[in-house]
Design a protein around this ligand. Structure first.
Ligand SMILES: Nc1nc2c(c(=O)[nH]1)N[C@H]1C(S)=C(S)[C@@H](COP(=O)(O)OP(=O)(O)OC[C@H]3O[C@@H](n4cnc5c(=O)[nH]c(N)nc54)[C@H](O)[C@@H]3O)O[C@H]1N2
Ligand SMILES: Nc1nc2c(c(=O)[nH]1)N[C@H]1C(S)=C(S)[C@@H](COP(=O)(O)OP(=O)(O)OC[C@H]3O[C@@H](n4cnc5c(=O)[nH]c(N)nc54)[C@H](O)[C@@H]3O)O[C@H]1N2
Ligand code: SF4
Ligand SMILES: [Mo]
Length: 921
């Protein structure tokens, strides 16, 4: 049913053209597969040389796709349902699972009305999946409570485009990357997040050294490090920056007055507002030199072609719409739009965030860029879906944050989650967990079993995933590409559209059809695409001229692509006619407003969050590939060295990050990539790899009033040392995925724990290292240690050396493997009152033979940290004390600031000595 083509014969190979399932660049891939004894499997992936997004290139994540798809353990392979709320789920067949889900949803609709049901879906679904979900929610059930993770991602870009240009979607195309003379990256770390586009930009810059890059990011990212000008603004101050730049352009007469006059409206009100935003005043808000702001404005305004690339640094903000508008307005006022190499180019995050917007799969829109509140639009969709007039609800649905809040409050009784992991990725996940615990019915449609959301499912529906499914996606430049199946789905896994359609048909049978004929007749992705196409005709995104046959013959195509055209349109608004009713683009008076949550004495630091180069979101897929951990092997919180010194914190130490909502513990990383006063954490680490749920334990749900996108980047936090009296380091070489699964249930019990995979030499299909770090206030109970011991299979044997101190709850163990007469470390388990054991771990991961006698290994694992604790009562270390003394503290000040010497007093002599020593040095 997924149409993987004819089954392969034993030994036969096939190459399937498809699209990468990660970022919005939308690279074409060639999937190699073959039939082996174990069935059909994916053996390799390479870039599709013919795809116009990447011309054969792939980034590290795309290149590792085959590795992530190779194994089936960890996949959801059969539907599971629960009888009663707290009973465990049991595997059932599809017929029972579909009947159960349909029955439960229908009953809730009958009892509590359509708005008691909600859907929370994903920009990683294919357009066809999305379409069927949207039709089920809005067309059949009659609720607009269908929102997606794109709310956390692109929704401010949507409101920005709509308010300024009249319609959603970037006006630009990838060719503009090569034609731009000034490139302004705003809140985009494209070097990590859109790597193949970044390669294209690097090449363009290498070809033409006159090309200038400006990067606006509070952090010195790898993107910023490449810039000609890096504006390290204070977080959240982008609107002030863009207004200040526009002020300068007005003052210098660098506007296109004729264009403003003929093709826009609203400029006078903006101009009046801009008076306040002198470059000096704006630069002061942003915390940058005024000259830099002026330089940026000059480079932008005088450029023959200025292109801006923007992403989550703008969108994930309580003022994300204004940030988008203020940037687009720079383009409108200078006519840096609708011309080759110029325009405001919002980079989409997920592979099909665009497709989701096209089918209207969100709580605030209808199919094909129509509006819920517009009666005519509703009537059009009713006619196309053959629904009785008035069937579609005119009441806007709940956007992500409100949706889970409504679940928590009991207003929404059932929630169906597909292809997203909200217990990891939503802001303030404590509230999301509570919501799902309270919900009457939770459906989770997932491909992988190990996510933080799966445990909350009353029904778990196994989805097929990349490599196994058919459909289309739209990338950042509005280009629609085919996604094709190379292998059949494993076990009982089924395509998302199929699952939704099967439930929908059953719900329709129970509730009665709302239209003249059954709503869910399309029974293949191509037929669903046809329906979607019909809805776009006459709209700004018209794809009347496009179907699967065309995509098959001519490859990926851009929209708009109306019937009668031979190709899609690469650049929009070239004629200066915009998608508003009067054809004029609109300026808005965008006043700067500070971030939603101010820092305070209690929460003095600003937390930035973002992405790592080689991980994807909750790591359900990239986390299966040990090699993808190498670039950033451990979780951590990055802090400026001055801020750390002021707090007496040092690199590697465990710190507690707390906000008004929650707290988590992470190791500290020192880096001057962040400015003083801000800290940064990656968003990827979840409860699968940490004792906590990750950084969204502390992030905040405040959202933009127009886009309802939450401010995931700017929580106010406090960071302090997390003192633990017991530490563990464990590592094991073997089937790392199986080891990880065995250890995962133990993470939660610790004050801190992390799991990572590390490749190490000789790692191949399956064999790699699992590394665990943990800490607790006092030694973990013997049963816990025994369970860990079993999970790691480090058991006592002839090749295991062991040291135990039962009284202190300490255990040290090294497992050896002997090859060619040499000793290799195969595993280690080390606990002590202090962190340590790193040198043996390094030997182990390095893969070299252990040089010394085996017994000497204990000396290595027992090494004490080089930073002794001076005050035992308050666990204050020597380095913390030295740092304070360097900052001018005497003993009374040390007592006051660090608390050392205030309990038993035994350390006072040493404090005095340290104070004298440092002061005289
Ligand atoms: N490797 C990798 N690539 C990905 C993804 C992934 O998970 N991993 N996910 C994809 C998805 S869904 C998305 S949405 C994109 C996200 O792509 P990006 O938005 O480029 O990535 P982020 O790291 O989330 O954030 C970008 C930058 O915003 C900065 N920032 C924070 N606050 C502000 C601010 O107030 N102003 C400005 N100007 N900048 C600020 C951060 O320091 C960060 O460097 O990446 C896509 N690509
Ligand atoms: N603090 C902080 N939080 C953030 C962000 C941030 O920058 N900072 N960024 C936000 C952004 S921009 C985004 S886009 C979100 C992303 O957050 P999520 O949407 O939670 O990210 P993923 O981990 O990609 O979740 C996708 C899930 O779908 C599953 N899956 C894979 N393929 C299929 C399939 O074919 N069908 C089905 N049904 N399931 C499948 C995967 O196993 C995975 O669990 O995170 C947001 N959260
Ligand atoms: S750039 Fe994006 S689409 Fe291309 S290979 Fe990398 S993750 Fe996949
Ligand atoms: Mo995203």
């Amino acid at each position: 049913m997924d149409g993987a083509g004819a089954p392969l014969q034993p030994g036969e190979r096939r190459t399937t053209r498809s699209t990468c399932c990660y970022c919005g660049v939308g690279c074409g891939v060639l999937i190699h597969s073959e039939r082996t004894a174990g069935g059909e499997r994916i053996t390799g992936v390479e870039g599709d040389p013919q795809h116009p997004a990447n011309f054969g290139r792939l980034c590290s994540k795309g290149l590792a796709l085959a590795d992530s798809a190779r194994r089936l353990d960890g996949r959801v392979l059969a539907p599971e349902v629960r009888g009663q709320r707290h009973e465990p789920r049991r595997a059932v067949d599809w017929a029972l699972a579909l009947d159960t889900v349909a029955e439960r949803l229908a009953r809730i609709v009958e009892r509590h009305g359509p708005d008691a049901v909600a859907f929370y879906i994903s920009g990683q679904l294919l357009t066809e999946d999305y379409y069927v979900f949207n039709k089920l929610a809005k067309g059949l059930i009659g609720t607009n409570n269908i929102d997606t993770n794109s709310r956390l991602c692109m929704s401010s870009a949507v409101t920005g485009y709509k308010l300024a240009l009249g319609a959603d979607g970037p006006p630009t195309c990838y060719e503009d990357l090569e034609l731009a003379k000034t490139v302004l990256f705003a809140g985009s770390n494209a070097a990590y997040a859109h790597p193949v586009l970044f390669r294209r930009l690097e090449d363009a810059k290498a070809r033409d050294p006159g090309v200038r890059w400006i990067v606006v990011d509070p952090r010195r990212t790898d993107t910023a490090a490449m810039a000609d000008l890096h504006l390290a603004i204070q977080p959240g101050t982008d609107v002030a920056l863009f207004n200040g730049m526009l002020h300068h352009l007005v003052w210098e007469g660098l506007l296109d007055q004729a264009f403003i006059h003929a093709h826009t409206s609203g400029f006078p009100a903006l101009k009046a507002l801009l008076r306040e935003y002198t470059p000096r005043m704006a630069a002061e808000i942003c915390g940058i030199p005024a000259q830099d702001l002026v330089t940026a404005a000059e480079w932008f305004g005088r450029s023959p072609a200025a292109l801006s690339l923007y992403c989550m640094g703008l969108n994930q903000s309580a003022h994300g719409t204004d940030k988008n508008l203020a940037l687009i307005q720079l383009h409108l006022a200078t006519r840096q739009i609708g011309r080759p190499g110029a325009g405001p180019f919002s980079l989409t995050g997920q592979p099909n965030a665009m497709g989701g917007r096209e089918v209207g799969g969100m709580a605030t829109m209808l199919a094909a860029h129509r509006e819920i509140a517009d009666e005519d639009h509703r009537a059009e969709v009713e006619a196309l879906w053959k629904l009785a007039p008035g069937s579609l609800s005119g009441k806007p649905g709940l956007a992500a944050v409100e949706l889970f809040e409504a679940v928590r409050a009991g207003k929404v009784k059932a929630v169906w989650i597909a292809c997203t992991n909200p217990v990891h990725s939503m802001p303030d996940i404590g509230q999301v967990r509570e919501a799902l615990q309270r919900a009457e019915y939770v459906v989770v449609q997932e491909a992988f079993a190990d996510t933080d959301t799966v445990p909350y499912a009353d029904a778990l529906l196994p989805a097929s995933t990349w490599g196994e499914k058919e459909g289309t996606v739209t990338n950042s430049e509005r280009r629609i590409s085919r996604v094709r199946a190379a292998v059949p789905p494993p076990g009982q896994a089924r395509a998302d559209w199929w699952i939704v359609r099967e439930v929908a048909r059953r719900v329709e049978a129970r509730l009665g059809a709302p239209g003249a004929q059954p709503l869910f007749q399309a029974d293949a992705p191509a037929a669903i695409f046809e329906e979607h196409r019909a809805l776009t005709v006459g709209r700004d995104l018209d794809i009347g001229g496009l179907d699967y046959a065309k995509l098959e013959q001519e490859g990926p195509q851009q929209w708009p692509f109306p019937a009668g055209q031979s190709r899609g349109q690469a650049r929009r608004y070239a004629d200066g006619v915009f998608a508003t009713a009067d054809g004029r683009a609109r300026f808005h008076a965008t006043a700067y407003q500070p971030v939603a949550e101010p820092t305070s004495a209690r929460y003095p630091l600003r937390l930035l969050t973002g992405r790592l180069r080689d991980q994807w979101h909750g790591m359900s897929r990239t986390g299966r590939v040990p090699q993808l951990f190498a670039h950033s092997p451990e979780p951590g919180l990055r802090m400026h060295p001055d801020d750390a010194a002021r707090r007496g914190l040092k690199a590697g130490e465990l710190v507690r990050i707390a906000s008004k909502r929650g707290a988590l513990v992470l190791p500290l990383e020192l880096s001057d990539e962040v400015g003083s006063g801000t800290v940064f954490a990656a968003m990827h680490w979840s409860g699968q790899h940490l004792s906590s749920g990750g950084i969204n334990e502390v992030s905040q749900p405040a959202f933009d009033a127009r886009s309802r996108q939450p401010e995931l980047k700017h929580a106010a936090v406090r960071v302090e040392k997390a003192a633990f009296g017991w530490h563990l380091l464990a590592a094991r070489r073997g089937d790392a995925l199986a080891l990880r699964a065995a250890v995962q249930p133990l993470l939660r019990d610790c004050g801190y724990a992390s799991l990572t995979l590390q490749a190490g030499p000789g790692a191949d299909d399956g064999v790699a290292w699992l590394v665990m770090r943990a800490a607790a206030e006092r030694a973990m109970p013997a049963e816990w240690l025994a369970a860990l011991d079993t999970a790691l299979a480090l058991g006592a044997g002839p090749d295991t050396l062991e040291y135990r101190d039962a009284r202190r709850g300490l255990l040290k163990r090294v497992a050896w493997r002997v090859e060619a007469g040499a000793n290799f470390v195969d595993g280690l388990l080390w606990t002590d009152a202090q962190p340590g054991g790193e040198s043996l771990l390094r030997t182990a991961l390095g893969g070299g033979a252990w040089g010394g006698p085996r017994l000497a290994a204990f000396a290595a694992v027992a090494e004490v940290a080089r930073d002794p604790v001076v005050c035992a009562c308050r666990q204050v270390t020597e380095s913390a004390i030295r740092a304070e003394v360097r900052a001018g503290a005497d003993v009374p000040a040390l007592k006051q600031r660090l608390g050392c010497g205030t309990v038993c007093g035994s350390c006072l002599p040493q404090l005095t000595r340290l104070a004298r020593e440092v002061a005289s040095a």
